[in-house]
Design a protein around this ligand. Structure first.
Ligand code: ADP
Ligand code: MG
Length: 266
């Protein structure tokens, strides 16, 4: 037992992300009931679960878009220090710490969330300039390289409203990459897309996985999760119901709940 605990903490020390026993209440309702997770460099963790199981809340707690009510989060072995406010929500102890955390942990949302009043290029240049103080020429050069990478070099002067959903999401991914995140969180990145646009976004994500990026991906794209993730988690009712290598979960689900969840999708 002790050796196991030692191994677990040694594993956590060189992990990109180590989450310990995160809980979240909304009022009296507990929607996360103790979630722990460790991600090492290059891990691509797919998070599955029915609507309302707590997937988004979990991801949002990791960069404090939501405040957990208990638990600890470490990035590269460094704990994000928090303090409980009067309502019992854990908040980072300083604004500086929060800004730094958000610079290190990128997030890609279902609804893209590009800044509508800025061109694609300006969307990518903004955060590195403001948060990192990167010189403009360098930020532009980097943004152009990233737009090339996601296949949007020729759209750099477009406003988001003039792009397809798939293009907007690829731009949003490039914007996240512009901050050189150590970890990228994806919350159903293809759920808002017309079916014919899903593939182009998954292809970009697949290339990030192949580069060895560390990613947590909430998705309903089961074939993608199975092919691309290094580990798959199934959440149910605010807990990890089952986790393991994707082939095990998909071919050989142990829990009845996961079995039902998968059979509904087939
Ligand atoms: P998922 O992403 O798996 O669909 P969510 O994390 O969005 O699930 O939601 C988990 C539970 O928390 C749901 O029951 C949802 O209604 C509840 N919830 C989410 N956000 C809030 C909120 N801001 N206030 C109250 N309840 C919330
Ligand atoms: Mg959700």
């Amino acid at each position: 037992m002790e050796a196991e605990a030692d191994a677990a903490s040694a594993g956590a020390a060189d992990a990109v992300l180590a989450v310990e026993d995160i809980h979240k209440h909304f009022g009296r309702i507990e929607v996360l009931r103790g979630i722990s997770l460790t991600a090492h460099t290059g891990d691509v963790i797919a998070i599955l679960g029915s609507s309302g199981s707590g997937k988004s809340t979990f991801l949002r707690c990791l960069n404090f878009l939501e405040t957990p009510t208990a638990g600890r989060i470490h990035l590269h072995g460094e704990e994000i220090r928090t303090r409980a406010d009067r309502a019992g929500a854990l908040r980072p102890t300083s604004h500086r710490q929060l800004t730094r955390l958000r610079a290190r942990v990128g997030m890609v949302f279902q609804q893209f969330n590009l800044w509508p009043h800025m061109t694609v290029l300006a969307n990518l240049v903004e955060a590195p300039r403001r948060v990192r103080g990167m010189p403009r020429a360098e930020a532009v050069e980097k943004a152009e390289a990233l737009l090339e990478k996601v296949g949007l070099a020729d759209r750099r002067h477009y406003y988001p409203a003039h792009l397809s959903g798939g293009q907007q999401q690829r731009a949003a991914i490039a914007r996240t990459l512009a901050m050189d995140p150590e970890l990228i969180l994806f919350d159903e990145p293809t759920s808002a897309l017309d079916p014919e646009l899903v593939g182009e976004v998954l292809t970009v994500m697949e290339s990030l996985a192949a580069e060895g990026r560390t990613m947590l991906i909430v998705t309903h794209e089961m074939a993608f999760a199975r092919d691309v993730s290094t580990r798959t988690l199934f959440l149910h009712d605010g807990r990890v119901e089952e986790e393991g290598p994707p082939d095990d979960l998909f071919s050989n689900p142990r829990s009845e709940r996961l079995r039902k969840f998968l059979s509904r999708l087939l």
